[in-house]
Design a protein. Structure first.
Length: 312
């Protein structure tokens, strides 16, 4: 008996979808029902000091269900989808060998795609070139490097937000080091996951999702997001650190630098979060294996009940 009345090893359950769609709430409720452990597929919750602005599970939530890949890295560390793929697969094999059920929960589409479908990582390790590109991104802005990437690899550039300096630098590095487009290299054969899995995502009416996003941003600010950013910067972490380019943190830094008023900062966080949610929806809609559950008629309790009915 694995807890929650489940006495069999289930396929790995993947809970995906846009930000503020109740993924954490549903994942924890499901984990308690089926005796599962949770692997976070969130590219920002892996960092120890990004808590309020990433809507990280609370201390109480982390205590009631074992979580993995949360708070594992300092802010200045670099981490990739390829690393997540390799390390999460090892953890999944370890847990399943112990007859543990597993829930993958998160909104980082690239992480989930890498984990389930494999990830081809082109060989390019010219540290000098990498540092030169990073320095250019700091001096000229990531938009300038994005424009350069658009000229040599328009397909890859179209996939990357103009402010995603980390991945823009990576794609330029690959092109300049290998002479081949990153977009073409990424299409090479990948090794899919060997474990069985079921994918679910939650579909909220657009206006309802936007209201949930705006409410979450207000709660983050009330919970001390500005103090969290101040603490990070006062600890000596450079404001140009890739992890701080995350929505919410970037705008607070602009506010502290007097580039935005307080009201402008709040509006920008909400706007950029809505934009991010739209990109997430577009990404996950491409995967026909995902079972979408309409949330409006049933609410979060109904979503939990629906998922349970489909996996048990």
């Amino acid at each position: 008996m694995k807890g929650g009345g489940v006495d069999k090893l289930l396929p790995v359950i993947v809970i995906a979808g846009p930000t503020a769609a109740a993924k954490t709430e549903v994942a924890i409720a499901l984990a308690l029902q089926i005796g599962a452990e949770i692997i976070s597929a969130d590219s920002r919750q892996i960092y120890r000091d990004l808590t309020i602005g990433t809507a990280k599970p609370t201390v109480e939530e982390l205590a009631c269900v074992p979580h993995h890949f949360i708070d594992i890295l300092p802010l200045t560390a670099e981490y990739s989808a390829g690393q997540f793929c390799r390390e999460a697969r090892v953890k999944i094999d370890e847990l399943r060998s112990k007859e543990k059920n597993i829930i993958i929960a998160g909104g980082s589409g690239l992480y989930i795609d890498a984990l389930l479908n494999g990830f081809f990582q082109p060989v390019a390790g010219n540290k000098k070139l990498q540092q030169e590109l990073k320095e250019r991104a700091r001096r000229q802005g990531s938009e300038a490097l994005h424009a350069e990437l658009t000229k040599v690899d328009p397909e890859r550039a179209a996939e990357l937000p103009k402010l995603d300096a980390h991945r823009i630098v990576r794609s330029l590095e690959v092109y300049l080091e290998t002479g081949r487009k990153h977009s073409e290299l990424l299409k090479q054969p990948r090794v899919a996951a060997k474990f069985p899995f079921r994918q679910f995502a939650f579909n909220w009416p657009r206006q309802t999702l936007y209201e949930r996003i705006e409410k979450r941003v207000d709660m983050m600010l009330e919970s001390g997001l500005l103090d969290e950013v101040d603490h990070i910067l006062h600890s000596g972490v450079p404001k140009t650190t890739n992890a701080l380019m995350t929505v919410g943190y970037r705008e607070v830094i602009q506010y502290r630098d007097n580039e935005l008023t307080f009201d402008e900062m709040v509006d920008k966080i909400k706007q950029h979060t809505r934009n991010y949610a739209k990109r997430q929806m577009t990404w996950f809609r491409r995967d026909s294996r995902i079972k979408w559950i309409d949330c409006a008629p049933v609410g979060v309790p109904g979503v939990i009940k629906s998922v349970l009915a489909q996996i048990l």
